[in-house]
Design a protein around this ligand. Structure first.
Ligand SMILES: Cc1cc2nc3c(=O)[nH]c(=O)nc-3n(C[C@H](O)[C@H](O)[C@H](O)COP(=O)(O)OP(=O)(O)OC[C@H]3O[C@@H](n4cnc5c(N)ncnc54)[C@H](O)[C@@H]3O)c2cc1C
Length: 336
């Protein structure tokens, strides 16, 4: 029986955990070890909107493949009686930008009903929001707020026999040397900076405000560098947001708060009437590119890295888990 340890209980760790345990069933012992779980992971701060962003130089080919994997997974889930429990919603989105380069929607085939605004429609949006957008598009996609998706995945993993343990693992080298695991899957997100250690990992700070605004059903995203966004989830709406590179401050900042509220008011004036639920800060696991690869070790164990998903960890989670499972299956055939 294969003994597999997954380090990291965020959205990437639990996507791998479910995918792997449901594949091997009783042919593998699968344990998730993490120092934090939902509602205290990075994903719990996010609205879980499908949409690749801040992925560094990760190839568009990989991003489309991985993000389609998640889109298909959410689509299947949305068609089941678990959609509400898992927090999966199908929502209309408008994405616009003031950048002269315009939008680069290389993922347009993945979402439903993608189309670009005509110049006349862009002009009307500019008038409504008092903006200077150069381009805009509309489509329908999913949100899967991790505060609901993670408890759903955890339950699904445990009910198929997976084991969950809370502790911090000091280093990958130590785990490779001392543990009973045949395979270690590294899903430590920003924690990889110390755990691997990987100096190229850096925080991309994001501050958001959650409000209760049950009249909001549409995602509005200003994709410009200083743009704001409004993303409805099941019970609340997320107002964002910031993306400050190499900023590790997890305390909400008053200046950022002002930028979020003023910016979102410009997108949708009534949003500020929403009752505030919580203000939160999260550190996205930034890297030059997503690291998804296998690393053999001197003592015959395997390490599979799956971290550095930037602002797209929710979007890429299931597609990456599919690749992690493929690597696992192809490299452990002789052990089964
Ligand atoms: C404000 C904000 C908004 C966002 N919005 C979106 C969005 O709309 N859509 C989207 O796709 N993405 C979004 N993201 C990005 C997304 O949240 C992240 O990319 C994703 O959560 C990363 O998941 P992860 O599992 O890799 O890392 P994490 O969620 O950080 O999980 C890593 C886990 O590893 C554990 N760990 C780390 N080191 C160790 C160790 N040494 N020992 C034991 N355990 C360890 C941690 O405790 C944690 O549980 C947003 C992020 C922020 C901050």
């Amino acid at each position: 029986m294969l003994n597999i340890g997954i380090i990291g209980g965020g959205i990437c760790g639990f996507s791998c955990a479910v995918k792997i345990k449901e594949h091997y069933r009783d042919k593998a012992k699968v344990t998730v070890i993490s120092d934090q779980f939902t509602p205290n992971t990075t994903g719990d701060i996010s609205a879980g909107l499908w949409g690749p962003i801040y992925c560094g130089d990760t190839s568009e080919r990989d991003i489309v493949r991985w993000s389609k994997g998640m889109h298909d997974f959410l689509h299947e889930l949305w068609l089941t009686d678990k959609a509400g429990e898992a927090g999966v919603c199908l929502v209309p989105c408008i994405r616009a930008t003031t950048d002269l380069n315009g939008l680069k929607p290389y993922w347009d085939d993945v979402v439903f009903g993608f189309s670009k605004f005509t110049q006349q429609e862009v002009d009307r949006l500019n008038k409504e929001q008092n903006k200077d957008y150069k381009e805009a598009c509309r489509f329908v996609t999913f949100t899967s707020e991790p505060m609901k998706l993670l408890p759903y995945l955890t339950k699904r993993f445990e009910s198929s026999g997976g084991i969950v343990t809370q502790r911090k693992v000091s280093s990958l080298a130590e785990l490779v040397k001392d543990s009973q695991f045949d395979v270690i899957i590294n899903c430590t997100g920003l924690g990889a900076k110390e755990f691997v250690p990987d100096d190229s990992m850096h925080a991309i700070r994001g501050q958001v405000i959650r409000v209760a605004a049950p009249w909001v059903y549409c995602v509005l995203l200003d994709d410009s560098d200083d743009g704001n966004y409004i993303i409805p989830n099941v019970d609340t709406v997320v107002l964002g947001g910031t993306h400050q590179v190499n900023d590790y401050n997890t305390t909400p900042d008053a200046g950022d708060r002002k930028l979020i509220l003023n910016g979102c008011r410009q997108l949708m004036p009534g949003i500020v009437c929403g009752r505030e639920i919580r203000e939160m800060v999260g550190l996205r696991p930034g890297r030059s590119s997503v690291r998804l690869e296998i690393e053999p070790t001197a003592n015959g164990k395997l390490v599979i890295h799956n971290y550095g998903h930037g602002g797209s960890g929710v979007t890429l989670a299931w597609g990456c888990a599919v690749d992690v499972l493929d690597l696992l299956v192809n490299n452990t055939k002789s052990k089964l």
